[in-house]
Ligand binder design. Structure first.
Ligand code: BGC
Length: 366
């Protein structure tokens, strides 16, 4: 079973009723949440995004501003600051409620610190959509729209293995593992997805985690900060790889951290290991094409934002929003009905094909 939340998945009686009532035939095919009353077609829609830790968040903000306007809505798009992140986001959501937002779309700065604000939103009659990152420990989140995060992790684990095999057909391979920020619910999901592929090989001794740091806590990078990843990699190289041991691969949860890890390895004058990533950031796509970073994940932000805006329009009309997963995302209090999009693994081999329809990235692969 997919271990996506720290505790066992428990489908609550309410969620089971919702599933039963909608008569969905499989976990990935159905509808959830009742049709509401709808709201005025020019209503205010709030969008609260976390700090700009990755290019995808910056792009999402622009796409929401333009897309909501084109759909006839008023929008209020806000980012939490880099330092007082959680407090910023809490204040921004409260302000959106005060201004009368009918839907509040949230990319959580801290998954577990928004229950007061989403409760207020519900009490004011707003619909809450968790965007990309789940909001945990609350019943007051209506929908979750994201790429399939567990699948992202599985693709990263498989890419790490494939990349190492291509360089050195037989193990044992020495690796180090990195995971994302502990306050982001996605971090453990990505890590568990990757471990779904890597753990059997670690258990067999085909993959050796040189430092022995192999759980999500030991490998976490607070705030998804590049400088923290670089420092951790510096430390690992000194402690474990300064006496001739070769580092074959590094599991990196995203591109920002992948580049920091590569910078550290270069600084130490070591041969570059296979390094995974995520987000298809410009500098990482260039690095992949140049043969440095091994892989990234294409999670097309344009598609994700379009999916949310489609959902907002459906809700505006008083209809039931479409979801395709009603089982996976237990936030600790309820199973949140989700609409999940499929992520795509990208290496040098398929970069041109993967980005063919992306005007920013396609030219980099030529
Ligand atoms: C997103 C990733 C991103 C990371 C850091 C995660 O929640 O899913 O795409 O790299 O946050 O911003």
């Amino acid at each position: 079973m997919r271990n996506i939340f720290a505790k066992a998945i428990t489908v609550t009686a309410t969620a089971a009723l919702v599933l039963g009532a909608t008569g969905c035939s499989s976990e990935r095919d159905g509808e959830a949440g009742g049709a509401g009353k709808g709201f005025a077609a020019d209503s205010l829609i709030g969008v609260a995004l976390p700090s700009k830790t990755s290019e995808n968040w910056v792009l999402a903000g622009d796409l929401f501003t333009n897309g909501l306007k084109d759909a006839g809505f008023k929008s209020d798009v806000q980012y939490a600051g880099a330092t007082t992140t959680v407090a910023d986001q809490q204040g921004q959501i409260s302000a959106m409620i005060t201004k009368g937002a009918k839907v509040i779309v949230i990319g959580a700065a801290d998954a577990a610190q928004l229950s007061t604000q989403v409760k207020q939103a519900k009490e004011a009659g707003a619909i809450v959509i968790a965007y990309d990152r789940l909001i945990t420990n609350t019943k007051d989140v209506d929908y979750y729209v994201a790429f399939d995060n567990f699948k992202v992790g599985q693709l990263q684990g498989q890419a790490l293995l494939d990349g190492m095999k291509a360089k050195k057909p037989k193990g044992p391979w020495n690796v180090e593992l990195f995971s994302g920020s502990p306050d982001d619910n996605n971090s453990a999901v990505f890590f568990n997805g990757a471990m779904d592929v890597l753990k059997p090989l670690i258990d067999k001794g085909d993959i050796v985690v040189g430092s022995g740091q192999s759980n999500v806590k030991q490998t976490a990078i607070q705030g998804w900060k590049a400088e923290i990843a670089q420092q951790r990699m510096d430390g690992l190289l000194t402690a474990t790889y300064s006496h001739g041991k070769t580092l074959d691969g590094v599991l990196s949860p995203n591109d920002t951290l992948a580049r920091a890890i590569l910078t550290s390895v270069k600084g130490a004058g070591k041969p570059l290991p296979v390094v995974t990533g995520q987000d298809s950031e410009v500098e990482s796509v260039k690095s992949i094409v140049a043969g440095e970073q091994y892989s990234t994940i294409n999670k097309d932000t344009r598609k994700l934002v379009a999916e949310v805006i489609k959902m907002v329009k459906t809700l505006q009309a008083g209809k039931t929003a479409q979801v395709n997963d009603s089982k996976t995302y237990d936030n600790g209090v309820k199973v949140v009905p989700a609409y999940l999009l499929p992520p795509v693994i990208v290496t040098k081999a398929n970069a041109a094909e993967a980005y063919a329809n992306d005007p920013k990235l396609a030219p980099l692969t030529k």
